[in-house]
Design a protein around this ligand. Structure first.
Ligand code: AKB
Length: 323
Protein backbone atom coordinates (compact mmCIF):
# COMPACT_ATOMS: atom_id res chain seq x y z
CA UNK A 1 0.00 0.00 0.00
CA UNK A 2 2.61 2.54 1.10
CA UNK A 3 4.81 1.28 -1.69
CA UNK A 4 2.12 2.26 -4.20
CA UNK A 5 1.92 5.84 -2.88
CA UNK A 6 5.72 5.99 -2.82
CA UNK A 7 5.84 4.96 -6.49
CA UNK A 8 3.28 7.64 -7.45
CA UNK A 9 5.21 10.27 -5.46
CA UNK A 10 8.66 9.28 -6.78
CA UNK A 11 7.63 9.42 -10.40
CA UNK A 12 10.15 11.69 -12.15
CA UNK A 13 12.98 10.64 -14.41
CA UNK A 14 16.55 11.83 -14.05
CA UNK A 15 18.92 11.67 -17.03
CA UNK A 16 22.64 12.13 -16.34
CA UNK A 17 24.95 12.98 -19.25
CA UNK A 18 21.90 14.51 -20.96
CA UNK A 19 23.98 16.78 -23.21
CA UNK A 20 25.73 13.85 -24.88
CA UNK A 21 24.91 12.10 -28.17
CA UNK A 22 22.52 9.54 -26.66
CA UNK A 23 21.42 11.69 -23.71
CA UNK A 24 20.06 14.58 -25.74
CA UNK A 25 17.86 12.39 -27.96
CA UNK A 26 16.79 10.01 -25.20
CA UNK A 27 15.77 12.96 -22.99
CA UNK A 28 13.63 14.42 -25.77
CA UNK A 29 11.94 11.06 -26.38
CA UNK A 30 11.30 10.57 -22.65
CA UNK A 31 9.82 14.08 -22.40
CA UNK A 32 7.42 13.29 -25.28
CA UNK A 33 6.43 10.05 -23.61
CA UNK A 34 6.21 11.05 -19.95
CA UNK A 35 5.64 14.82 -20.17
CA UNK A 36 8.23 17.55 -20.16
CA UNK A 37 7.72 18.28 -16.44
CA UNK A 38 8.55 14.71 -15.53
CA UNK A 39 12.06 14.62 -16.98
CA UNK A 40 14.97 16.31 -15.21
CA UNK A 41 18.05 16.52 -17.38
CA UNK A 42 21.53 16.92 -15.95
CA UNK A 43 25.13 17.11 -17.03
CA UNK A 44 28.36 18.43 -15.60
CA UNK A 45 27.73 21.66 -17.51
CA UNK A 46 25.00 23.02 -19.73
CA UNK A 47 25.50 22.80 -23.50
CA UNK A 48 23.98 25.18 -26.06
CA UNK A 49 22.06 22.41 -27.77
CA UNK A 50 19.95 21.31 -24.85
CA UNK A 51 16.63 19.64 -25.54
CA UNK A 52 14.14 22.49 -25.14
CA UNK A 53 11.55 22.89 -22.39
CA UNK A 54 13.10 20.48 -19.89
CA UNK A 55 14.49 21.41 -16.53
CA UNK A 56 18.30 21.28 -16.57
CA UNK A 57 20.39 20.93 -13.43
CA UNK A 58 24.18 20.90 -13.31
CA UNK A 59 25.19 17.58 -11.71
CA UNK A 60 28.63 16.03 -11.25
CA UNK A 61 28.09 12.29 -10.81
CA UNK A 62 31.33 12.13 -8.80
CA UNK A 63 29.53 14.14 -6.11
CA UNK A 64 27.40 11.52 -4.35
CA UNK A 65 25.80 14.01 -1.99
CA UNK A 66 24.62 16.06 -4.96
CA UNK A 67 23.10 12.94 -6.56
CA UNK A 68 21.32 12.15 -3.31
CA UNK A 69 19.93 15.67 -2.95
CA UNK A 70 18.75 15.67 -6.56
CA UNK A 71 16.96 12.34 -6.21
CA UNK A 72 15.16 13.50 -3.08
CA UNK A 73 14.42 17.05 -4.23
CA UNK A 74 12.90 16.06 -7.58
CA UNK A 75 11.20 12.84 -6.40
CA UNK A 76 13.14 10.72 -8.86
CA UNK A 77 11.72 7.24 -9.51
CA UNK A 78 13.83 6.28 -12.54
CA UNK A 79 17.36 7.17 -13.60
CA UNK A 80 19.01 6.94 -17.01
CA UNK A 81 22.67 7.19 -16.09
CA UNK A 82 24.58 8.10 -19.25
CA UNK A 83 27.43 10.30 -17.99
CA UNK A 84 30.69 8.70 -19.18
CA UNK A 85 33.83 9.15 -21.26
CA UNK A 86 34.10 7.12 -24.48
CA UNK A 87 36.79 4.80 -25.81
CA UNK A 88 39.14 7.08 -27.77
CA UNK A 89 39.10 9.93 -25.21
CA UNK A 90 39.49 7.28 -22.53
CA UNK A 91 42.87 6.25 -23.94
CA UNK A 92 44.06 9.87 -23.64
CA UNK A 93 42.87 10.14 -20.01
CA UNK A 94 42.75 6.61 -18.54
CA UNK A 95 42.63 7.61 -14.88
CA UNK A 96 39.89 10.25 -15.36
CA UNK A 97 37.88 7.84 -17.48
CA UNK A 98 38.05 5.12 -14.85
CA UNK A 99 37.09 7.62 -12.16
CA UNK A 100 34.11 9.06 -14.00
CA UNK A 101 32.81 5.82 -15.52
CA UNK A 102 33.27 3.63 -12.45
CA UNK A 103 32.85 5.88 -9.44
CA UNK A 104 30.03 7.79 -11.15
CA UNK A 105 28.16 4.51 -11.63
CA UNK A 106 28.78 3.19 -8.11
CA UNK A 107 27.78 6.56 -6.58
CA UNK A 108 24.56 6.41 -8.47
CA UNK A 109 23.77 2.74 -7.77
CA UNK A 110 24.29 3.29 -4.03
CA UNK A 111 21.99 6.31 -3.88
CA UNK A 112 19.34 4.57 -6.00
CA UNK A 113 19.42 1.56 -3.70
CA UNK A 114 19.30 3.68 -0.52
CA UNK A 115 16.48 5.91 -1.84
CA UNK A 116 14.48 3.00 -3.31
CA UNK A 117 14.61 4.30 -6.89
CA UNK A 118 12.37 2.01 -8.93
CA UNK A 119 14.55 1.45 -12.01
CA UNK A 120 17.95 2.41 -13.39
CA UNK A 121 19.13 2.30 -17.01
CA UNK A 122 22.85 2.22 -17.72
CA UNK A 123 24.46 1.73 -21.14
CA UNK A 124 27.26 -0.77 -21.63
CA UNK A 125 29.00 -1.18 -24.97
CA UNK A 126 30.57 -3.55 -27.48
CA UNK A 127 33.80 -2.19 -25.95
CA UNK A 128 33.27 -4.62 -23.04
CA UNK A 129 34.46 -7.41 -25.36
CA UNK A 130 38.10 -7.98 -26.32
CA UNK A 131 40.44 -9.68 -28.74
CA UNK A 132 39.88 -13.20 -27.31
CA UNK A 133 36.12 -12.79 -27.68
CA UNK A 134 34.47 -14.63 -30.57
CA UNK A 135 34.28 -11.51 -32.76
CA UNK A 136 31.86 -12.83 -35.39
CA UNK A 137 28.30 -13.36 -34.16
CA UNK A 138 29.50 -12.60 -30.62
CA UNK A 139 27.33 -14.51 -28.12
CA UNK A 140 25.83 -13.02 -24.96
CA UNK A 141 28.13 -15.16 -22.79
CA UNK A 142 31.72 -15.41 -23.99
CA UNK A 143 35.30 -14.47 -23.13
CA UNK A 144 35.47 -10.75 -22.31
CA UNK A 145 38.95 -9.24 -22.07
CA UNK A 146 38.61 -5.54 -23.01
CA UNK A 147 41.82 -3.67 -23.80
CA UNK A 148 40.69 -0.06 -23.42
CA UNK A 149 40.06 1.64 -20.09
CA UNK A 150 36.56 2.47 -21.37
CA UNK A 151 35.94 -1.22 -22.11
CA UNK A 152 37.31 -2.26 -18.72
CA UNK A 153 34.96 0.25 -17.07
CA UNK A 154 32.01 -1.11 -19.07
CA UNK A 155 32.72 -4.74 -18.18
CA UNK A 156 33.26 -3.86 -14.51
CA UNK A 157 30.13 -1.69 -14.57
CA UNK A 158 28.06 -4.59 -15.90
CA UNK A 159 29.22 -6.71 -12.96
CA UNK A 160 28.40 -3.92 -10.48
CA UNK A 161 24.90 -3.66 -11.98
CA UNK A 162 24.42 -7.41 -11.60
CA UNK A 163 25.78 -7.25 -8.04
CA UNK A 164 23.33 -4.49 -7.01
CA UNK A 165 20.50 -6.50 -8.49
CA UNK A 166 21.52 -9.77 -6.78
CA UNK A 167 22.49 -8.27 -3.43
CA UNK A 168 19.93 -5.47 -2.99
CA UNK A 169 17.23 -6.22 -5.57
CA UNK A 170 17.91 -2.93 -7.40
CA UNK A 171 16.22 -3.05 -10.80
CA UNK A 172 19.11 -2.04 -13.08
CA UNK A 173 18.72 -2.62 -16.83
CA UNK A 174 21.45 -2.35 -19.41
CA UNK A 175 22.27 -2.69 -23.13
CA UNK A 176 25.59 -3.30 -24.83
CA UNK A 177 25.26 -0.60 -27.46
CA UNK A 178 27.08 -0.82 -30.78
CA UNK A 179 28.29 2.41 -32.47
CA UNK A 180 25.47 4.96 -32.55
CA UNK A 181 24.78 7.05 -35.65
CA UNK A 182 22.85 10.30 -35.31
CA UNK A 183 22.47 13.63 -37.05
CA UNK A 184 21.27 15.83 -34.16
CA UNK A 185 24.13 15.68 -31.66
CA UNK A 186 27.70 14.75 -32.49
CA UNK A 187 29.32 11.86 -30.62
CA UNK A 188 32.34 12.77 -28.52
CA UNK A 189 35.53 10.78 -28.44
CA UNK A 190 34.44 7.32 -29.59
CA UNK A 191 36.02 4.77 -31.93
CA UNK A 192 32.77 4.48 -33.90
CA UNK A 193 32.48 8.27 -34.43
CA UNK A 194 33.73 7.94 -38.01
CA UNK A 195 30.26 6.71 -38.98
CA UNK A 196 28.83 10.15 -38.10
CA UNK A 197 31.73 12.36 -39.21
CA UNK A 198 31.73 10.74 -42.68
CA UNK A 199 28.24 12.17 -43.38
CA UNK A 200 29.29 15.70 -42.46
CA UNK A 201 32.18 15.55 -44.96
CA UNK A 202 29.94 14.03 -47.64
CA UNK A 203 27.38 16.82 -47.27
CA UNK A 204 30.07 19.51 -47.36
CA UNK A 205 31.28 18.06 -50.65
CA UNK A 206 34.62 17.07 -49.09
CA UNK A 207 36.52 13.78 -49.06
CA UNK A 208 36.51 12.10 -45.64
CA UNK A 209 39.77 11.10 -43.99
CA UNK A 210 38.87 7.95 -42.06
CA UNK A 211 40.74 6.87 -38.92
CA UNK A 212 39.64 3.26 -39.34
CA UNK A 213 40.80 0.95 -42.14
CA UNK A 214 38.55 0.40 -45.15
CA UNK A 215 37.63 -3.15 -44.07
CA UNK A 216 37.28 -2.73 -40.30
CA UNK A 217 33.82 -4.07 -39.53
CA UNK A 218 31.80 -2.92 -36.51
CA UNK A 219 28.18 -3.27 -35.39
CA UNK A 220 26.18 -0.02 -35.62
CA UNK A 221 22.73 1.36 -34.86
CA UNK A 222 20.72 4.40 -35.90
CA UNK A 223 19.90 6.68 -32.96
CA UNK A 224 16.13 6.26 -33.09
CA UNK A 225 16.61 2.49 -32.63
CA UNK A 226 19.01 3.11 -29.72
CA UNK A 227 16.45 5.36 -28.01
CA UNK A 228 13.64 2.89 -28.71
CA UNK A 229 15.68 0.03 -27.22
CA UNK A 230 16.35 1.88 -23.95
CA UNK A 231 12.72 2.93 -23.51
CA UNK A 232 11.39 -0.52 -24.39
CA UNK A 233 13.81 -2.27 -22.05
CA UNK A 234 12.75 0.04 -19.20
CA UNK A 235 9.08 -0.74 -19.78
CA UNK A 236 9.36 -4.55 -19.82
CA UNK A 237 7.95 -6.35 -16.74
CA UNK A 238 10.77 -7.19 -14.34
CA UNK A 239 10.06 -10.92 -14.58
CA UNK A 240 10.92 -10.92 -18.31
CA UNK A 241 14.46 -9.60 -17.76
CA UNK A 242 16.86 -12.55 -17.71
CA UNK A 243 20.13 -10.66 -18.19
CA UNK A 244 21.23 -8.49 -15.27
CA UNK A 245 24.67 -7.62 -16.61
CA UNK A 246 23.83 -6.12 -20.02
CA UNK A 247 21.99 -7.35 -23.13
CA UNK A 248 23.80 -7.82 -26.45
CA UNK A 249 22.10 -5.51 -28.95
CA UNK A 250 22.62 -4.83 -32.63
CA UNK A 251 21.08 -3.53 -35.83
CA UNK A 252 23.59 -3.87 -38.73
CA UNK A 253 27.35 -4.27 -39.20
CA UNK A 254 29.42 -2.24 -41.65
CA UNK A 255 32.93 -1.34 -42.74
CA UNK A 256 33.96 2.24 -43.67
CA UNK A 257 34.26 0.98 -47.26
CA UNK A 258 30.66 -0.27 -47.28
CA UNK A 259 29.40 2.95 -45.69
CA UNK A 260 31.24 4.98 -48.34
CA UNK A 261 29.58 2.92 -51.10
CA UNK A 262 26.15 3.40 -49.50
CA UNK A 263 26.69 7.19 -49.31
CA UNK A 264 27.87 7.22 -52.95
CA UNK A 265 24.43 5.97 -54.05
CA UNK A 266 23.18 9.44 -52.95
CA UNK A 267 26.36 11.50 -53.51
CA UNK A 268 28.32 9.73 -56.30
CA UNK A 269 31.35 12.06 -56.20
CA UNK A 270 31.96 11.38 -52.47
CA UNK A 271 35.22 9.68 -51.54
CA UNK A 272 36.99 8.37 -48.41
CA UNK A 273 40.73 8.39 -47.78
CA UNK A 274 41.96 5.83 -45.24
CA UNK A 275 44.50 6.84 -42.57
CA UNK A 276 43.99 4.27 -39.80
CA UNK A 277 45.31 5.31 -36.37
CA UNK A 278 45.15 3.85 -32.82
CA UNK A 279 41.36 3.73 -33.07
CA UNK A 280 41.62 1.07 -35.79
CA UNK A 281 43.54 -1.12 -33.34
CA UNK A 282 40.80 -0.62 -30.74
CA UNK A 283 38.09 -1.45 -33.29
CA UNK A 284 39.86 -4.68 -34.23
CA UNK A 285 39.40 -5.96 -30.65
CA UNK A 286 35.62 -5.36 -30.81
CA UNK A 287 32.93 -7.63 -32.28
CA UNK A 288 32.24 -7.45 -35.99
CA UNK A 289 28.74 -8.86 -35.65
CA UNK A 290 26.65 -9.54 -32.56
CA UNK A 291 24.15 -12.22 -31.58
CA UNK A 292 21.38 -10.32 -29.79
CA UNK A 293 18.83 -13.16 -29.85
CA UNK A 294 18.29 -13.06 -26.05
CA UNK A 295 17.12 -9.42 -26.26
CA UNK A 296 14.88 -10.41 -29.17
CA UNK A 297 13.40 -13.32 -27.18
CA UNK A 298 13.13 -11.70 -23.73
CA UNK A 299 11.55 -8.37 -24.61
CA UNK A 300 10.89 -8.49 -28.35
CA UNK A 301 13.78 -6.29 -29.51
CA UNK A 302 13.48 -5.42 -33.24
CA UNK A 303 15.50 -2.74 -35.02
CA UNK A 304 13.80 -0.53 -37.61
CA UNK A 305 16.86 0.80 -39.44
CA UNK A 306 19.24 -1.17 -41.65
CA UNK A 307 22.19 0.40 -43.52
CA UNK A 308 20.30 1.80 -46.52
CA UNK A 309 17.45 3.31 -44.51
CA UNK A 310 19.89 4.85 -42.02
CA UNK A 311 22.00 6.41 -44.82
CA UNK A 312 18.93 7.89 -46.53
CA UNK A 313 17.70 9.35 -43.21
CA UNK A 314 21.10 10.79 -42.28
CA UNK A 315 21.52 12.50 -45.65
CA UNK A 316 17.96 13.81 -45.73
CA UNK A 317 18.14 15.21 -42.20
CA UNK A 318 21.64 16.68 -42.46
CA UNK A 319 20.72 18.37 -45.73
CA UNK A 320 17.86 20.11 -43.86
CA UNK A 321 20.07 21.09 -40.88
CA UNK A 322 21.65 24.56 -41.08
CA UNK A 323 25.49 24.50 -40.60
C1 AKB B 1 32.83 4.30 -28.66
O1 AKB B 1 33.18 4.21 -29.84
O2 AKB B 1 33.61 4.49 -27.73
C2 AKB B 1 31.36 4.15 -28.35
C3 AKB B 1 31.01 2.74 -28.04
C4 AKB B 1 31.03 1.71 -29.08
O3 AKB B 1 30.70 2.44 -26.92
N1 AKB B 1 30.58 4.61 -29.44
Amino acid sequence: MYQRYYAIYMNKILVTGACGQLGSELSTALAHLKGVDNVIISDIRQSNELPSGMQFIPLDVLDQEAIDKTIQKYHIGQVYHLAAMLSATGEQQPRNTWNLNMNGLINLLEVCQQRSVEKVFWPSSIAAFGSHTQLVDTPQFTIMDPETVYGISKLSGELWCEYFHARFGLDVRSLRYPGLISYKSPPGGGTTDYAVAIFHSALKGEAYQCFLGENTRLPMMYMSDAVKAAIELMSVPKKDISIHTSYNLTAFSITPGELTTAIQTHIPEFNTIYKPDFRDLIAKTWPQTIDDSIARQDWGWRHDYGLDRMVAEMIRNLALTPN
